[in-house]
Design a protein around this ligand. Sequence first.
Ligand SMILES: NC(=O)c1ccc[n+]([C@@H]2O[C@H](COP(=O)([O-])OP(=O)(O)OC[C@H]3O[C@@H](n4cnc5c(N)ncnc54)[C@H](OP(=O)(O)O)[C@@H]3O)[C@@H](O)[C@H]2O)c1
Length: 160
Amino acid sequence: MPAAPPIVLIAAMSADRVIGAGDGMPWDVPEEYQQFRELTRDQTIVMGRKSYEIFGPDLTSRHTLVVTHREQVDGPGVACSSLESALEQAAALGCTVFVAGGAAIYQQALPRAAEMMLSTIHGEFSGDAYFPEFDPAEWRIVDRCVERRFTFTHYRRREL
Ligand SMILES: NC(=O)c1ccc[n+]([C@@H]2O[C@H](COP(=O)([O-])OP(=O)(O)OC[C@H]3O[C@@H](n4cnc5c(N)ncnc54)[C@H](OP(=O)(O)O)[C@@H]3O)[C@@H](O)[C@H]2O)c1
């Protein structure tokens, strides 16, 4: 069995970790969304079924593994019965593995993540889905880029 590849969490959030409101995100920052599409282009995305139903048509990934209790999903996504099952399948595909939400999947994947690529959208937003809390002391910032409407931060987990 191939070794488990490092997992990269990728998300856009508000300063207080809001990631979603209803069936979408409570902001409209197309340049950030386009950056997400470029970073994940031709790679593997692991996503929860609800997020796949929202964002599936826009994805540029080569492989999309959808965590769900359902037998199958519409479109090119492949249904996986658990996060573990999705990550096992991802290991065989040879691409960078991005975990792209939503809240339920970030929560489960955070302890296993080696990197995070987080865009903080400037401004205040309310919503009903949140990125999990994490301890900044466990993460090293390897890159930060301040754009007009968002700040992108690339974190790598510190070695123990
Ligand atoms: N800002 C961002 O970067 C970003 C990115 C992605 C999503 N979002 C937001 O996140 C929100 C959606 O998040 P969410 O937490 O409600 O949904 P989600 O994580 O996208 O999907 C939840 C679904 O995943 C499946 N699932 C979760 N854990 C599972 C497990 N252990 N085994 C099998 N299936 C499992 C279940 O699907 P079934 O019901 O089919 O069994 C569950 O209903 C939306 O507001 C969306 O806009 C934001």
